[in-house]
Each structure stands twice: as C-alpha cells, then as structure tokens.
Ligand binder design. Structure first.
Ligand code: NAP
Length: 336
C-alpha cells in the first residue's frame, strides 16, 4: 500500500508524516517547496515529489502509483478541488482534513460520479461527529431534529486553521439541513449547551460544522444544525492576515497535549425518544493525523463504494470509533 500525502510540509501534514511512519505505511510526500518537503521527510525514508497545487500535470504525476491521497493542504475552498481532480486522474482514493462545511457540500456536488472513493472531512471534528451522528440516529429511529455541538478548549489553532476559517461562512453563513436541502438560517435553537464534564452550560454560537453537511446523506433527519461552544469575538471580527502570519505555525507539543475537544450530538426521534452521543479526546491535531491516515488505509485495504462518501458511508461507525478508542478517544451513546 502506498499513500501520497499532499501538504506534507504543513503543520498537520508533518503530524500525518509521523503517523504514516509510526504505522509503517509506505508514503510519498507531496508539496510545492523541496526544502520544506525534505525537512518533513527527514528520518523517514519517504520519497518526496514536488508539485504545486496549481500545476495539475505535476500533481497527477506526483500521485502516480499511489493507492490513496491524504490531503492536508488548506484552505480547502481555495486549494481542495484541484487535488481531488488529480487524485481521480491518478486512480487514487482521496481523504482530506477539511473542516469547511460549504466546501464539503461542493465536493459532494462536483465529484459525485468519480470512479474512486472520496471522503472529505476526516479530521478530529468531521470524522467522529459523522460516525457518532450515525449511531445516535440508529438508536433514535427516524430523527425529527438533530443538533451537533462542538467544544474546543485549552488549546490553540494553527495558522492553517485560522486561514481556513472564513468568519462570514463559519458563523452567520452556517448552513443547516432542512426539508431535503441546506440553507442559511436565523437564530440557532440554543444559546447554551450542556457538555459532559462542564460544571455550567456553555455558551454556544451557530456554526458551519462538517457533520451537518454529511450526516443527512446517510440517515433520515428532519432538521440538523451545528453549534460551537465558547466565545469567538476575535474570530467573528476576522483576524487580519498579517496577524495570522505573525503567529507560530501551530500549538507546541505541550499545548497540543493538554488541548481537549468534545463532540455532543442530540437527536429527537419521531417516536419521542431523545438520544445523545458524545465523543471526547485530546490533542486534536495529532488525532486528525491518526484519523486521516486510518481512513486512507481502510479505503485501500477494505474498499468502499466509488463517489463522494460521508465518513459513515465509507467506514463502519462502531469499528472506526472503536479504533479511535485505542488512541484515548472516549465515546458513548445514551438514551434519555
Ligand atoms: N477540521 C479539523 O479539525 C482540522 C484539523 C487539522 C487541520 N485542518 C485543516 O487542514 C488544513 C491544514 O492546516 P495546517 O495547520 O496544516 O496548515 P499549514 O501548516 O498552513 O499547511 C498548509 C499546507 O498546504 C501547502 N500549500 C499551500 N498552498 C499550496 C500550493 N499552492 N501548492 C502546494 N501546497 C500548498 C503548504 O505548503 P508549504 O509548506 O510549502 O507552505 C502546507 O504544506 C487547514 O485547512 C486546516 O483547517 C482541519
């Protein structure tokens, strides 16, 4: 099995390099800057191939012979589609780490007929939230409303994440799913959310979360929306590019290790049942690398349908979440 990692020289990309090496999976590291690629490959023995995302021929050549492409080069709204086109042309399955809800919907529309399997959003938010959303819906029966709330704390975002957060799309422009389609909307259903382990209800904002774009593709849901826990006055105003450029590339090891993320999904079933599912973990950037690499490995080893797939359409939810349990991720589904 050979996996091409595009964006290998970036912050998340280098964590994925380490994960591929740890797993003993053969990899080709792809990026635009030879010196940064060489540094990323150091000590691994992985081959490097230089290709700018805007050079389609070079990108296709870089993916030649790969069974799957893991793409960590964002912002995906700007950089994602050419990488998928090149993966499809090279006959390689595709996984990415996007958290951009609108881009995910665009991928489903643009690449529906692809001959390979394409699974966007296999990061610490999009992957586990879709998988637990599927299990919650299974327990609830046909779902009237589903709400997914995400809470990050005690950590920091990478420069690449901050560059990928378009505040207009992430907050006011968030899409919810309603009556067979996705639309913008007014006020969210909640101002606060009870997360496990929180002494008090946490203030939440409506937010463009990935599972709102993916869960309704595999379970019947009347309405679904996303909430982000915490206060985001700095993000909502937009962070100037010069400020982002002056920040460290990403949180250091210590900050990453103490950082926590919680996903909480609640479904109200048409039969009157309310079911909650929760997933909790630490070190979201390292878990993203674990999730994306395992997703690509499973696509190659186990196979999946061709076309664009939500995580739960590509992978068995219990099996994948069970795999994450081995990496310290806790999850459960409970009926209330
Ligand atoms: N949803 C989640 O939970 C989650 C978690 C982790 C990451 N992510 C997403 O993953 C993405 C990467 O984050 P990051 O922190 O790793 O960002 P980063 O450090 O800025 O890395 C971006 C990568 O893209 C490459 N790149 C940019 N423009 C390119 C071009 N024209 N041609 C070829 N390569 C190009 C960069 O190459 P150079 O090294 O040459 O600059 C770098 O390798 C972001 O969109 C982030 O939001 C999401």
């Amino acid at each position: 099995m050979k996996i091409a990692l595009n964006g290998a020289s970036g912050f998340t990309g280098r964590l994925a390099v380490a994960e591929l090496a740890r797993r003993g999976i053969d990899a080709v590291l792809v990026g635009r800057d030879p010196a940064r690629l060489r540094a990323a490959a150091s000590g691994t023995g992985f081959e490097i191939r230089v290709a700018d995302i805007h050079d389609q021929d070079a990108l296709e050549a870089a993916f030649a012979g790969a069974d799957a492409v893991v793409n960590t080069a964002g912002p995906f709204a700007r950089l994602g589609a050419p990488v998928i086109r090149a993966a499809v042309a090279a006959g390689a399955h595709y996984v990415d780490t996007t958290g951009e809800q609108h881009y995910i919907n665009e991928v489903f529309d643009a690449f529906a007929g692809a001959a390979v399997s394409i699974v966007p959003a296999m990061a610490d938010d999009g992957g586990p939230s879709d998988l637990i959303g599927h299990l919650v819906a299974e327990a609830a029966g046909p779902v009237e409303t589903m709400t997914v709330a995400l809470w990050y704390r005690d950590g920091a975002f990478s420069r690449g994440t901050l560059r990928s957060l378009d505040p207009d799309l992430l907050f006011d422009g968030a899409l919810r799913y309603e009556q067979d389609g996705w639309t913008t909307y007014g006020e969210p259903s909640h101002d606060t959310w009870r997360f496990p382990g929180a002494a008090e209800p946490v203030q939440v904002s409506k937010a463009a979360l990935p599972p709102v774009a993916t869960v309704p593709r595999h379970v019947p849901v009347g309405r679904m929306e996303g909430l982000l826990g915490g206060t985001f006055d700095d993000l909502k105003g937009g962070i100037p590019a010069a400020v982002i450029d002056s920040l460290p590339e990403g949180p250091d090891d210590e900050v990453r290790r103490r950082s926590k993320w919680t996903i909480s999904v609640e479904a109200a079933g048409r039969g009157g049942r309310t079911v909650r599912g929760e997933v909790e973990g630490t070190n979201g950037y390292a878990k993203t690398a674990v999730i994306a690499v395992e997703a690509a490995r499973r696509l190659v080893a186990d196979g999946a349908k061709p076309g664009v797939l939500a995580p739960s359409q590509a992978f068995d939810p219990e099996s994948f979440l069970g795999f994450l349990s081995g990496h310290g991720v806790r999850w459960h589904v409970t009926e209330s």
